[in-house]
Design a protein around this ligand. Structure first.
Ligand code: ZN
Length: 322
């Protein structure tokens, strides 16, 4: 672990291949990013490098949703470097999340290499229609189930429904994929990490109709106070991301105030959803204290008990890192 004066992750040197990054196309899950920080933005140029290292948190927290396999912008780091930087900021552990077969295989491999990582594997809701079209959705789901049996894979995710990126003709295969992941999570006793974009009602209806697994996380919670109340009733976890700090996100702040404190989690969804005031730059786990401090301010809470609570909640969902 570097000292607290550690620099932000070092620049990616020309010609160097970061050891943990996959030499692949951007995974389909890149489409879970908002338009301004999405795949197209990553292929162009970010406005700046990584944000500076924030003041470390006084009590360790866990980033429960991040993508270490998505390189970003002109700067990239190995997973070890990214985790060292996070640890220096008080973000001592993370959940690496898969979005397609390639990144889920990557996830299954990398969680065995660093004790600070647990994993989630899934086919992203924007990936499912493409696989269905290619006739490979069923066999892909079979492999996801195999990967999900790993001891350090603690969730199926990210799965769910995305009515923003996927057109209506892809919704049937999205739903089929979502329900399959839900079924796998229940059979294997794993948590379920849900990507819900413009699809709140159908996500809730599907969970209620099929019966939810014991532990459900609405990743990058994007609902309002009403959805937070429904989550409270059902005992579903709400994971808040950097979007909480966006000026136009009053609904998220209201939701956080309504959410049962025992059901609140925090995440980065890095390299996406960089919190204010660093929007436009790549996100990383070490930036998460910015979001945690915003939570404390919204909740009018001291930082220490909030961090301790977030960590307890996260361990209640994913178990121990060991
Ligand atoms: Zn994600």
């Amino acid at each position: 672990m570097p000292t607290s004066a550690a620099p932000s992750p070092r620049p990616f040197l020309p010609g160097e291949t970061p050891e943990f990054y996959l030499p692949s196309e951007p995974p389909a899950g890149a489409t879970d990013a908002p338009a301004e920080t999405g795949a197209s933005a990553r292929r162009s140029h970010r406005r700046g490098g990584y944000p500076p290292l924030p003041q470390p948190l006084p009590v360790p927290v866990i980033d429960n949703h991040t993508h270490f396999d998505f390189p970003d912008g002109a700067v990239a780091v190995s997973i070890e470097q990214a985790l060292d930087a996070a640890e220096a900021a008080g973000v001592t552990r993370a959940v690496q999340v898969g979005t397609d077969l390639v990144s889920s295989r990557f996830t299954a491999g990398v969680v065995a290499q660093d004790p600070r990582l647990l994993g989630a594997v899934a086919l992203h809701p924007n990936e499912a229609p493409l696989l269905a079209e290619a006739g490979t959705l069923d066999q892909s789901l079979t492999e996801i189930e195999e990967l999900a049996t790993g001891e350090r894979i603690r969730a199926l995710g990210e799965t769910g429904l995305d009515y923003f990126r996927t057109g209506e003709d892809g919704w049937d295969s999205q739903l089929l994929s979502f329900r399959s992941h839900l079924d796998i999570a229940k059979r294997l006793g794993k948590a379920l990490q849900i990507h819900d974009r413009d699809a709140h009602d159908d996500v809730v209806a599907t969970l209620l109709a099929d019966g939810a697994p014991d532990r459900v996380v609405l990743h990058c919670f994007s609902g309002d106070a009403e959805l937070a109340r429904r989550c409270n009733e059902q005992g579903w976890y709400m994971s808040f991301a950097g979007t909480l700090t966006f000026k136009n996100a009053a609904n998220l702040r209201e939701a956080l105030l309504v959410a049962d404190p025992a059901l609140v989690l925090v995440e980065t969804d890095a390299p996406f959803l960089t919190p204010h005031p660093h929007r436009g730059r790549p996100n990383a786990s070490y930036v998460m204290p910015t979001t945690v401090r915003a939570m404390a301010e919204i909740l009018d809470s001291q930082l220490d008990p909030l961090c301790a609570r977030l960590t307890r909640n996260t361990e209640a969902v994913y178990g121990h890192w060991g």
